[in-house]
Design a protein around this ligand. Structure first.
Ligand code: AHM
Ligand code: MG
Length: 340
């Protein structure tokens, strides 16, 4: 019988790989693993429980409809991490400001966590995959004090770990601590994440492009030209168009099969729709660890110095050669004014 490695075993075995060992990061990942299972339980019965389904009647700070499960996932993640005294603060897409834990042991925590507790929330009530995205940084301020804004506004190059949980046809946790990317699938019969996708690598080339083409008229000229390039009948093209509308699910598919996901600037969202800290940086870290690329169309996502918690940037992410090709089009047509 082949030996199955559980996430718990993997974390212990790889503890020495972590940049600042001592078991802190392991405990933190264990808290995320627990929160993921709790959120997964609720996501899986979303169709059954009226109470959890549907709009909560509140909106998040970006003014979008907030679903009840978003609130639930946010609370579960915060509680699991608060209980772990390794974390001194959390930044969440669902909270306007960062949360600085200000009592007891937590002010000695050396890490901060940024998260999108439930991404793709417009897909909750139609049984389409959704996800949780997280990233972990070392705090900049002194342990023993209350976390400050500077702890949260760190560039992706300073990340120590990031990952996502995808609640799909199966539930997976994919993460990296800067030594490659590994994927674990939840075996629901025993409630354990098992290593199913060791050392994930994204193909250098792919034949999938993922973009909301409904916004076509609002795209920059470079993106329009790149889409036309994807559709040409030449060499291995036309490529296949696949767009779920759940970033984690689109990203996960492209990571495995090869492809590019693009959310560019649009007339409605001149800086793009996706959030640098909660969505773009963690996935950029994972894609680079898997051998791919992520940019805002020009600059590496991980090199961007963040200015605000809820900052948005365009995102071009996926197979190295596809992202580079899209960037070439962006550079070539950069002087053409967007024409909405
Ligand atoms: P959310 O965090 O509010 O769920 O929004 C992010 C989602 C991504 O998961 C997805 O890729 C994108 O928004 C879809 O946006 P659009 O409907 O504009 O294509
Ligand atoms: Mg999101």
């Amino acid at each position: 019988m082949t030996k199955v490695t559980t996430l718990g075993e993997f974390i212990v075995e790889r503890q020495a790989d972590f940049p600042f060992a001592k078991g802190e990061l392991s405990r933190l990942l264990s808290a995320i693993r627990l929160a993921a299972k709790v959120v997964n339980r609720e996501v899986n019965k979303a169709g059954l429980v009226d109470d959890i389904m549907g709009a909560a009647g509140s909106e998040n700070i970006q003014g979008e409809d907030q679903q009840k499960l978003d609130v639930y996932a946010n609370i579960q993640m915060i509680n699991a991490l608060r209980a772990q005294q390794e974390v001194c603060g959390i930044g969440s897409e669902e909270n306007e400001d960062f949360i600085a834990f200000d009592q007891g042991q937590s002010i000695w925590g050396k890490y901060i966590v940024m998260m999108d507790p439930l991404d793709g929330s417009s897909n909750i009530d139609v049984n389409v995959s959704i996800g949780t995205i997280f990233s972990i940084y070392r705090r900049k301020s002194k342990p023993g004090s209350v976390a400050e804004l500077q702890d949260f506004l760190q560039p992706g190059d300073d990340l120590v770990a990031a990952g996502y949980i995808i609640y799909g046809s199966s539930t997976m946790l994919v993460f990296s601590t800067g030594k490659g990317v590994n994927g674990f699938t939840l075996d629901p019969s025993i409630g354990v994440f098992c290593l199913s996708h060791p050392e994930m690598c994204i193909p250098e080339d792919g034949n999938i492009y993922s973009i909301n083409e409904g916004n076509y008229k609002q795209f920059p000229e470079g993106v329009k030209k790149y889409i036309k390039y994807c559709q040409e009948e030449e060499d291995d093209r036309p490529y296949t168009s696949r767009y779920i509308g759940s970033l984690v699910a689109d990203f996960h598919r492209n990571l495995i099969k090869g492809g590019v996901y693009i959310y560019p600037s649009t007339g409605k969202n001149p800086k793009g729709k996706l959030r640098l800290m909660y969505e773009n940086i963690p996935l950029a870290f994972l894609v680079e660890q898997a051998g791919g690329c992520a940019s805002d169309g020009k600059n590496r996502i991980l090199g961007i110095e963040p200015e605000e918690l809820h900052q948005r940037t365009p995102l071009f992410i996926g197979s190295k050669n596809m992202v580079k090709k899209a960037e070439e089009f962006m550079a070539e047509y950069s002087s053409v004014e967007a024409n909405y």
